[in-house]
Design a protein around this ligand. Sequence first.
Ligand SMILES: [Zn+2]
Length: 475
Amino acid sequence: MGFRAKIGLEVHAQLLTDSKMFCGCSTKFGETANSQCCPVCSGIPGTLPVANRQAIEFVIRTGLALNCRVAERCRFARKNYFYPDMPKNYQISQYEEPLTFGGYLDVEADGEAVRIGIRRVHLEEDTGKNFHLPDGTSLVEYNRAGVPLMEIVTEPNFTSAEQVRAYLTKLREILRYLAVSSGNMEEGAMRCEPTVNLVDAETGQRTEKVEIKNLASIRGVYEAVRYEIRRQMKAVEEGREVRQETRRWSEDKGETQVMRTKESAEDYMYFPDPDLVPMAPSREWVETIRASLPELPEARRARLTAQYGLPEYDAGVLTGTRATADYFEELAALTADPKQAGNWIMGDLTRLLNTAGLPIEDSPIKPPDLAGLLGLIAAGRITGKTAKDVFERMFDTGRSAEEVVASEGLGVVGETDELGPLIDRAIAENPKAVEDYRAGTQKAKGALVGAVMKATKGQADPAIVNRLIDEKLLS
Ligand SMILES: [Zn+2]
């Protein structure tokens, strides 16, 4: 049999607006329960919603970045269902008329490029949250009710869990570059629901669609999809039926479990929301938004490789976030060696930032500070080894490289006046090595260089020490 997986994805991303979708309540995360609600978002009859313009702009930005068209006119719709975390008993969403639609995103998985169709990117509001306590009581929290939510729906173009993973990784990176969503799946700011079934292209035979919920990481999505494909393949092989249902992913057990049989769109009784006017984004506004789109990660990666001669791996790491790429480019403009600049960011800077739990935006060492340090190394005023110590002190104290080197006496030990006596002493104390080296045994010189380096605590430039020893012994 020629069954192949057919997977579609719905991604919900909370938008980084300061206020909610239809009222002025704050969207700040982690505040006291039910402290960020008002009559509008808690569903008091007679209140009227007003759409958040920035949320609309964020969805248009995302739609354009995903090659979508922007509707000239579209409406909000009510999705009706009863659930305690939704005080109005309906959610304001979009149904037949999404704000943006008909785009695509190209991804690469297993060395193969695939174009994933983007069916629609639309706008809706988030629900509140229920907490079910061990004693059987339940609590409802409405701070999240009405937070702007963007839904990104793909065509069912994925055929493997690897493609799904590549898409989510790339999508999240784009959302972060666009600064429209944090994309943090662990905090629930980005949620993903895959729909999986199997299709035999030759016979047209297919299994029913299964939707998977409760996924808290890209890795979880990848594993759940892989599991679900195997589960359905096995059912088909054994001649069992795959039922249309919603299943939840159990991280602990590593399997999907039945949650409920799937409801259909008709169950929600969608209809246009009579309280909200239709949206009609002007073409001028859309073009202004298009012109303001930042360079996206993939394009930036390619440019960094070409412009600075970076290896692809380095360009990939340095464009991981927009702030990292900005940091690199600011530094590269101030130094002569972009590859070395990138190494410092990927190595020592990242290590210290991780230890301190800081994002690169809040680094105590700014690009001009790091450029100052690289300048001292290039001028031979400090050794590479000393530079690492200087860097750590700069990080801890916020002082410049010059200041640290001057105040702590970390400069390279001067040539003749300081190194001269030390070299004389090394020669006097190692007569055997001197004799061997003069007789042509190159490696005997190592003992002499080593003695001088030790005496300077590693602050001498080995190349200079080598040259001075030769001047004394061979001339
Ligand atoms: Zn409110």
